[in-house]
Ligand binder design. Sequence first.
Ligand code: HEM
Length: 154
Amino acid sequence: MGDTGPTVYEWAGGAEAWHRLTEVFYQKVVKDELLAPLFAHMEPDHPEHVALMLGEVFGGPADYTERFGGYPRLVARHRGRDIQPEQRARWVELMLETADEVGLPDDAPFRSAFVAYLEFGSRRAMANSKPGATPGRRETLKLWGWGEAAPGEE
Ligand code: HEM
């Protein structure tokens, strides 16, 4: 499919789909025994920020970078949180459960790209959350595409 096909962002259903995902996801997070303590002081616009950030990562508009501080803010928001491996795993598990619940596409290419990024992003978030973590060289969000299997290539 190459450069002319839909982005992962579009394939998921665009802005509305990413917002639906994070709204429902954080309703689950605050009720989850393992995750709730980490998110006790979450700001009301957190789900919206994460929706914009994920959208941007998957090829949507660069709103998180242009309006909310982008990658430096992302790193700052995870800094010092000391995310534990079981919390990271639960975060990913709840994201996937929510994707089913809100009806994100369940085709192989989409889920493969989505899971790959969740693994990548959640492991980077955990690393950046460790006490004394040294900032990497990255200054902008790592963008994510279809990888090995775009729609039509399966
Ligand atoms: C792909 C994985 C992840 C993405 C895309 C992501 C995204 C984000 C974003 C965009 C923010 C900042 C929101 C803002 O600008 O206001 C944030 C903050 C935060 N994230 Fe993550 N995150 C990921 C993984 C995780 C994991 C695995 C955990 C813990 C289990 C976590 C815990 C938090 C916490 C505690 C905050 C700060 C919340 C607050 O404002 O109180 N994140 N995340």
